[in-house]
Design a protein around this ligand. Sequence first.
Ligand code: URA
Length: 209
Amino acid sequence: MGKLFICDHPMIQHKLTFIRDKNTNTKDFRELIDEVATFMAYEITRDLPLQTVKVETPVAVTDAKIVSGRMIGLVPILRAGLGMVDGILKMIPSAKVGHIGLARDHETLKPKEYYINLPTDAQERLLIVVDPMLATGGSAIAAINSLKQRNCEHIKLMCVIAAPEGVKAVQEAHPDIDIYIAALDECLNEKGYIVPGLGDAGDRIFGTN
Ligand code: URA
């Protein structure tokens, strides 16, 4: 079973409080999501492998570490996932960025892919699927399905707030995927919002509410 990591760093939890606040304006909300994404990128890269190289300081030659292993790709789910991309890139500037767009199919009521564009070497990369809200898990599951259908096997999921229902659904559908969140909230309400959550993440990032 993939692991669930709750990024409980005090700075993340502090910023999350203002993200949740309904009185936080669009500019501040966007900046706070960006900042939390940077901190979460720090946590999600914690297990990256290192290799030893020689470096010549002004004083001596020494062994030092650099990150090795797979290059990273970010895959934000449109549209709210876009709000986390710049923050993650501050921590992982060399990451390439793909995009997945999902819309609800009127017949099946399930998320259906309407757009996908991935780095050409996506299969070689560690892909981080990004969406601020893990509610029912439907979008995350569909996005990961799309990546696996394209032979991408190294995938992590990063969300700011998750409902227990969404975590369970992703873990059941994709038991190989590690999930990184900043908070595990109480439940979903009858409209599919996370409680207490933060409302509609896309609307609050883009100011469309
Ligand atoms: N998507 C959101 O933006 N907010 C929720 O609470 C659930 C899904």
